[in-house]
Design a protein around this ligand. Structure first.
Ligand code: S3P
Length: 179
């Protein structure tokens, strides 16, 4: 794998819950010679408990603090990796570009609903109420746009999204501002 011979910049995938960050991220990692890291799984492993339990027992603010600490750690310690972030991370971490090139996977809310059918919404503490989720979506869209180096239409298949990301990254030059 390329990662072993050189250390490419991280790619940070952002977007709303259900926009395909993990699926696209795994495939993108394989195709681009990087490792894959799921920021939610990182927090769960550090805490030794699932995210819904962290929300229920400690509250959302505590979870956001963990997100912000994990982002600091990733900026300092992680290289050569595709990182899928939790949907709320761009709100608490202003300088995502310190971690890597930031790619926003953009998907209309109706498509998000199709991708997360009712039975699969339990594991997402902020998806219990659809109206609230839609409000969050509207508020966050602008933040995602503002934080991203690149925005990609995520409604195509994961394979197509990965090809688009790779060709945009090639044009972008893989450079991002670190600071
Ligand atoms: C959240 C999204 C979740 C997870 C947590 C909060 C959010 O991640 O971090 O439930 O605020 O949008 P996914 O976007 O991977 O579902």
């Amino acid at each position: 794998m390329d990662t072993l011979s050189r250390c490419p910049e991280n790619i940070v995938l952002i977007g709303f819950m259900g926009s395909g960050k993990s699926t696209v991220g795994r495939l993108l990692a394989r195709k681009s010679g990087r490792y894959f890291l799921d920021a939610d799984a990182l927090i769960e492993s550090q805490q030794g408990r699932p995210i819904p339990e962290i929300f229920t027992k400690e509250g959302e603010a505590f979870f956001r603090k963990l997100e912000s600490e994990s982002a600091e750690w990733m900026a300092k310690c992680v290289r050569g990796t595709v990182i899928s972030t939790g949907g709320g991370m761009p709100l608490v971490v202003e300088r995502l570009q310190d971690i890597g090139t930031v790619v926003y996977l953009k998907l209309p809310f109706e498509k998000i609903l199709e991708r997360i059918p009712p039975g699969e919404r339990n594991g997402r503490p902020l998806f219990g109420d659809i109206e609230r989720a839609e409000r969050l979506y509207t508020e966050r869209e602008k933040v995602y746009e503002a934080r991203a180096h690149l925005t990609v239409d995520a409604s195509a298949s994961a394979e197509e999204v990965v090809e688009t990301v790779l060709s945009l990254l090639a044009q972008h030059g893989g450079r991002h501002e670190r600071g």
